[in-house]
Ligand binder design. Structure first.
Ligand code: BGC
Length: 721
């Protein structure tokens, strides 16, 4: 049986062989295009076709006689997954453990593109060391509904934040000569019926909300591969969608790399081949029965797919190979280094969001606290595995309890009580864990621990079995009857801190009402517990900001308010149009539980002195806005200034405000920093469906600078002529 590892060794040998063979034949300075043409002349039609489909769960192509290596792909996006054998079973290697990176929404909550680059760079290094050509990451579909099972893999509800992080993640991965595969293109915003559902979205929303991060990752990030989504757009599967693949991606954005199907997401030979798909992947043998295997050869012979089309695909495949496994000046590749752990730690510590700190229980006063009850399954749960594709066999993962013990265990008596069982599977395949009966024995034990301690820290929320690919959550209710536990513990110890761990919004209404102290954390990678403990003890001042709105009620959320989820008769109509996420809440004046961009700190920031470099601009110019921020508290901290624009009196419907720039800055206590933000005026455009053009409307625009989408501290007005 062919394991991923044997594939990887073979790939290495092929790569070496080809390198020698290609380099022996070619003179220095030969361009990639010349190399490709020379190889293409030697390929038979059968060999060309063999490059266009999977030959293993994660591998494709490879022509031994010419030394062309296989394309070795791997998930993504939380780290380089373990190697598997046919049937998805573990290859049981000892060489494929990896760094577990924080999940997508955690990265987004840092609002820090430099961290996105380091995330990509380090994951790329690990992928390279393990012989991978393509990392199936980053993933950044828009969070249209908070219920989507993959919200934790994705970044945000906002296209601008999405795009800034996507570009840097791609650049980071590809700096290691490993192709990024941005996914899932496009409008894969729910898991319910993802393989069959057709999305109907108006063109303006498609262009303004769902495509910008894909566009930026191609035109700015130069992503070498992209994954077509499982679903249909306007009745046509994304893997054979001429509009998405040929017109927009390869035409408008001039994408030169490979369109890879999602696994098993190809549905035809002729249509897919003629409408832009380049490589068919899937996980079920026999691979010769794939649409892009024998059937494609037959279709070429029958004249239904031209040789020109095949050659173009082969050219793309070789182009990616020459940028990756056959590239010159190959980097070294590294796995599980201290630097990678540091990246994880930095992302995790900047991602944690302080939601409420009314009694100033945080940071912990470690000189007076003698005992802490650490309660909840999530204090000891690990998050590297689960959720289908995105699992990582972590070399290590520090749990929240282990983090607290290492920071405080010597001076403070820490008692642990599980409180609830987070074993999703134990509740049965179709069970609603929201309705799971509370475990009274576990609760009693937790209450006893809380009663006899100075303070309680509760760890609740989701986990990687509960939030998962291939299904959406049924509601926002905290699973595993956690609310009962929170209430019972809070009743006996007023010094209770609630830490909610998750990758997507949950209903925290009761907790917000009844609890004084709430921290939001994520599936935060190998260094999870260390970063969390350091935030709780104040070594790290929290600076995370929510990358999506937490609705007070699911029904307030646009797709749910309009009864436009999960669709009917396999059709879902994105009735909310451009009003996704905070755009909906702000425009419709609906109070969310926590708004987009929200997050507190242990210090306070005072904004002042907002000005723009000019009062009026031409469409070709850049707006430079400046604002002063003073750290008025005692802790050093990092603040993310968010700059929104608002256009009244527009020819078209506009969201009340839209994020157009942001910057994260470090500020010492007492220090004032000047923050400058740039907005190209062309970014104020809306997409005009009549002319298919981006239009910058003349007139007045308000600029709103704030610490969240709803806490606007300073503002100004500019005019576009
Ligand atoms: C997922 C992809 C993933 C692929 C390979 C699919 O089910 O949708 O995101 O990369 O599997 O694991």
């Amino acid at each position: 049986m062919k394991t991923k590892f044997s594939g990887y060794i073979l790939c290495g040998i092929f790569a070496l062989a080809t390198f020698t063979c290609v380099n022996a034949q070619s003179k220095k300075g030969i361009s990639i295009d010349e190399k490709i043409s020379s190889v293409m002349k030697k390929l038979t039609i059968e060999e060309k076709i063999s490059l266009l489909h999977a030959n293993g769960i994660f591998s494709a192509g490879g022509i031994k006689r010419l030394g062309i290596p296989e394309i070795m792909t791997d998930d993504g996006p939380l780290g380089v997954r373990e190697d598997v054998k046919e049937g998805w079973g573990s290859a049981n290697l000892t060489t494929d453990s990896a760094t577990f990176f924080p999940n997508g929404s955690a990265l987004a909550a840092t609002w820090n593109p430099e961290l996105a680059y380091r995330f990509g760079h380090d994951m790329g290094e690990e992928a390279h060391a393990r012989g991978k050509t393509v990392m199936l990451a980053p993933a950044f579909n828009i969070c249209r509904t908070p219920l989507c099972g993959r919200t934790y893999e994705y970044y945000s509800e906002d296209p601008f934040l999405n795009a800034r992080l996507a570009v840097q993640s791609v650049k980071g991965i590809q700096s290691q000569h490993v192709a990024a595969c941005v996914k899932h293109y496009a409008v894969n915003n729910q898991e319910v019926e993802r393989g069959r559902v057709s999305v109907d979205v108006d063109e303006r929303a498609l262009r303004e909300i769902y495509l910008p991060a894909f566009k930026a990752s191609i035109t700015e990030g130069n992503a070498w591969t992209i994954m077509s989504a499982y679903n249909k757009l306007r009745g046509v599967y994304c893997s054979e969608n001429d509009y998405l693949l040929d017109k927009i991606l390869k035409g408008e954005w001039k994408f030169k790399g490979i369109v890879i199907s999602d696994w098993g997401g190809t549905h035809s030979t002729v249509n897919a081949a003629n409408n832009g798909l380049d490589l068919e992947m899937g996980s079920r043998p026999p691979y010769s029965s794939y649409y892009f295997a024998d059937k494609l050869l037959d279709s070429v012979k029958a004249g239904k797919v031209s040789m020109k089309v095949i050659d173009e695909k082969v050219h793309r495949i070789l182009w990616v190979i020459y940028h990756t496994s056959l590239s010159e000046n190959q980097p070294e590749g590294k796995i599980n280094t201290p630097e990678h752990s540091k990246t994880v730690y930095d992302i995790a510590s900047e991602s944690i969001v302080l939601l409420k700190n009314e009694k100033h229980l945080l940071p912990l006063n470690t000189s007076t606290i003698k005992s802490i009850a650490v309660i909840g399954d999530n204090a000891t749960h690990t998050f590297h595995l689960g959720g289908f594709g995105a699992g990582v066999k972590a070399r290590y993962e520090v749990t929240a309890l282990a983090g607290l013990q290492s920071r405080l265990g010597k001076t403070i008596d820490i008692k642990y009580a599980r409180g609830y069982s987070g074993d999703y599977r134990a509740y049965g395949k179709n069970a609603r864990t929201e309705d799971a009966k509370p475990d009274s024995a576990l609760i009693q034990e937790a209450v006893a621990a809380a009663k006899s301690s100075d303070m309680a820290i509760l760890f609740v929320g989701g986990n990687r079995d509960y939030e998962s690919e291939s299904r959406d959550r049924k509601s926002l209710v905290l699973p595993f009857s956690e609310q009962v536990l929170v209430d019972a513990v809070t009743a006996v110890n007023q010094n209770t801190i609630v830490v909610v761990v998750g990758g997507a919004p949950y209903d925290l209404g009761e907790i917000k009402k009844n609890n004084s102290t709430i921290v939001w954390s994520w599936y935060n990678g190998s260094e999870n517990g260390n970063a969390l403990a350091d935030v709780l003890i104040g070594k790290i001042n929290p600076s995370g900001k929510l990358p999506f709105t937490f609705p007070a009620d699911l029904k307030d959320s646009p797709a749910h308010a309009l009864n436009a989820y999960p669709g009917e008769n396999l059709k879902v109509d994105y009735k909310e149009g451009i009003l996704v996420g905070y755009r909906w809440f702000d425009t419709k004046k609906i109070e969310p539980l926590y708004c987009f961009g929200y997050g507190l700190s242990y210090t306070d920031y005072k904004y002042s002195g907002f000005f723009t470099n000019k009062k009026s601009y031409k469409p070709s110019e850049n707006i430079t806005a400046s604002v002063k921020i003073k750290n008025t508290g005692k802790f050093a901290g990092k603040e993310t200034v968010q700059l929104y624009i608002s256009k009244s009196a527009s020819a078209v419907e506009r969201a009340d405000r839209e994020l157009k720039a942001f910057k994260k800055v470090k500020i010492a206590p007492g220090e004032t920093v000047n923050v400058t933000l740039n907005i190209p005026v062309k970014d104020l455009a809306y997409y005009d469906v009549k002319t298919s053009k981006w239009i910058v409307e003349p007139g007045k625009y308000k600029l709103l600078a704030g610490t969240s989408s709803r806490d606007i501290e300073q503002s100004g007005t500019i005019t576009v002529n």
